[in-house]
Design a protein around this ligand. Structure first.
Ligand SMILES: *Cc1c(COP(=O)(O)O)cnc(C)c1O
Length: 414
């Protein structure tokens, strides 16, 4: 299993942690398992949830939801944010509000978590997969090919759904140009990129709407949650309506649409706002992990840090949120494989995982149309993601460094 979005894998039960350390972000676990991306929860979050609980607003509406929505809209430079129960729900409602439906094609990145493709299937549309460029994000040239080819086969492409992989924004400018040329709306999957930017544009600000996630292993968490971001008041209103069981404004319960129970609880929104306040510090901590891995692998033959260096370590207008740091290993050159390193780290109780298995290689999507050139397949074969969470403290990073150095210095077992 390699789903980095499995919250259970990312979560360390409080009972397994030293209580004096569990509330101090950055101190992490000195011993015990080191996870890829654990929740980073401190005293501020505890207080926020407790105060929301005591306020009496327990339902999935209330002042904390309103506050969290306006905080999110401000951060992502959007007019509207609709807080929802998951990133998957945000993708689902995003597609529905763009009128995606039965038989339509939705073109998305093959290198992503299954939730992106699943949301397309929920609408009875057909996912169409496009390969990655060297950064891991959607290759615009292949997107153009896909749009044209789907059109030639009489398919209606109802939406383009690019994904910002591992905290790096896709080439939204090229994607927007193609989308505009063919008059196709864009829904961005920004589940992994909150807080990132590209050429001055904030993650979540691209497309007719964008979905973000606050799952347990994401850059910030509400334990589970998500949001749909948009500048379009009608999209926001429609999403709110569908997320609250599609109830008509009548005294009795009147329904003319199929609705969903997708709103975020007020308690969790309180958690979200306090996490959001710490987002810059969390990104900075993940950035230091990226720098550590760059330093460790700097002169190791056959190893490249995934995602490319352009702007990703700087403070300029293009910036990762450093959600996950991953490496690509050319086993011929390195003399060892990504899998060897994962196995070695596993023995030291340190979690590392392969990069997403591309959707077009998943049994459930085997019959879907795809426009691929082998790029994401080779990332899957040669890549691994390393522990990157903002809750990792100095003792954790020392353990990780020692384990990797031990491996590189020949301590590896075949
Ligand atoms: C996490 C994730 C999702 C799903 O978000 P949930 O909040 O877990 O439903 C969707 N797409 C991508 C790319 C993700 O990483």
């Amino acid at each position: 299993m390699h789903a980095t979005s499995d919250a259970r894998d990312a979560w360390t039960p409080a009972s397994e942690r030293d209580a004096s350390r569990s509330l101090r972000p950055g101190s992490g676990n000195v011993s015990g398992r080191i996870h890829l991306s654990s929740p980073d929860i401190g005293a501020e979050e505890e207080e926020a949830v407790l105060s929301a609980l005591r306020s009496g607003w327990i339902a999935p509406l209330g002042p904390h939801v309103d506050k969290f929505e306006s905080d999110l809209a401000a951060l992502t430079e959007r007019r509207h944010a609709v807080a929802l129960s998951s990133g998957t729900a945000a993708l689902h409602l995003g597609l529905l509000t763009l009128d995606v439906g039965e038989g339509d094609s939705v073109i998305t990145s093959t290198l992503t978590f299954a939730a992106t493709a699943n949301a397309i299937v929920y609408t009875r549309a057909r996912p169409v997969f496009v390969d990655a460029d060297s950064t891991g994000n959607m290759n615009p040239a292949l997107l153009r090919l896909a749009v044209e080819d789907q059109g030639n086969h009489g398919r209606r492409v109802a939406a383009i759904l690019p994904v910002d992989l591992f905290g790096k924004m896709a080439d939204h400018e090229s994607i927007r140009n193609i989308a505009n040329e063919f008059a196709i709306p864009v829904l961005t999957d920004a589940a992994e990129s909150l807080g990132a930017s590209r050429e001055g544009q904030s993650a979540g600000s691209t497309g007719s709407a964008a979905a973000v996630s606050f799952n347990g292993n994401k850059i910030i968490t509400t334990s589970g949650g998500g949001a749909l971001l948009t500048d379009d008041g009608e999209i926001a209103q429609r999403a709110r309506y569908l997320a609250t069981q599609a109830r008509q404004p009548t005294r009795h319960y009147e329904h003319v649409d199929i609705g969903y129970n997708y709103r975020l609880s007020n308690l969790l929104a309180a958690l979200g706002s306090s996490q959001l306040r710490r987002l810059p510090a969390m990104i900075e901590r993940r950035r230091t992990h990226r720098l550590m891995y760059r330093e460790i692998f700097h002169e190791v033959p056959g190893v490249t840090v995934f995602g490319g260096p352009d702007g990703s370590d700087g403070n300029g207008p293009t910036r990762d949120n450093f959600w996950l740091t991953s490496i690509i290993v050319d086993a011929q050159v390195a003399g060892w494989s990504a899998d060897d390193l994962i196995t070695h780290l596993e023995r030291a109780d340190i979690e590392a995982r392969p990069i997403w298995k591309p959707m077009h290689l998943q049994p459930i999507f085997a019959s879907s149309d795809c426009y691929v050139d082998g790029t994401s397949e080779s990332f899957f074969e040669c890549g691994l993601s390393l522990p990157s969470g903002s809750s990792l403290g100095p003792a954790d990073t020392q353990r990780i460094r020692a384990a990797i150095m031990g491996f590189l210095e020949g301590g590896r077992e075949k």
